[in-house]
Ligand binder design. Structure first.
Ligand code: PRP
Ligand code: URA
Length: 206
């Protein structure tokens, strides 16, 4: 399943991020706000279970989330989506995958992994602003499946058809959510029009 979450607020904020003159502070704040808006839609089908409670007016049946949610940002840039999602799911646990893309080969290289327990029983949200060749997302999904994760959603801001196809081929069971589907990749593997280097723009490097 691929869902492009087009919404005027998301499109407006994404446009601020795309502008080359947007600085680190505004880039990060818009990303954070988009993450929160996306989380609302991405979490729409989270399972719930009935629970008997007492309101001040008497007994009633309420509904609570019945599965743990685990957010897994792909370092570095995925960290930019973390706080916005956690504001809506404050009980979520957090795992981390460190991957960098070799600038020549575009192959992902792993440098860090740390996950909470019981990934197999959780809904896992793998988050990264950019889905370019798809190499990083496919590697991250491989890693969390090796640790037992079964119910996984991939949440990215900007994707391209190449990256979506790569993920769908390797992981057809993973739902993909984007804020925008862009035109394609340039000759050095960057998304066009995209955002530029998301990690550098979030953290002010380069
Ligand atoms: C960027 C981005 C993704 C990856 C996407 O990370 O955040 O993880 O590239 O490219 P792909 O789909 O072709 O694999 P990068 O490797 O630049 O690392 P960073 O987050 O540390 O900047
Ligand atoms: N990684 C980025 O940060 N930007 C792109 O356009 C592609 C990969």
């Amino acid at each position: 399943m691929l869902e492009v979450l087009s919404h005027p607020l998301i499109t407006h904020k994404l446009t601020q991020m795309r502008k080359k003159e947007t600085g680190t502070k505004d880039f990060r704040e818009n990303l954070d706000e988009i993450a929160e808006l996306m989380a609302y839609e991405v979490c729409r089908d989270l399972p719930t279970q009935p629970i008997d409670i007492e309101s001040p007016m008497g007994p009633c049946t309420g509904y609570e989330l019945s599965k743990e949610v685990v957010i897994v940002p792909i370092l570095r840039a995925g960290i930019g989506l973390l706080d916005g999602i956690r504001r809506l799911v404050p009980t979520a646990k957090v795992g981390f995958i460190g991957l960098y893309r070799d600038e020549e080969t575009l192959e992902p290289h792993e440098y860090f992994a740390k996950f909470p327990r019981d990934l197999d029983k959780s809904v896992v949200l793998v988050v990264d602003p950019m889905l370019a060749t798809g190499g990083s997302a496919v590697a991250a999904l491989d890693m969390i499946k090796q640790r037992g994760a079964k119910n996984i959603k991939l949440v990215c801001l900007v994707g391209v058809p190449e990256g979506v196809k790569a993920v769908q081929k390797a992981h057809p069971d993973v739902d993909i959510y984007l804020a925008a589907m862009d035109d394609g990749l340039n000759e050095i593997g960057y998304i066009v029009p995209g955002l530029g280097d998301a990690g550098d723009r979030i953290f002010g490097t380069k």
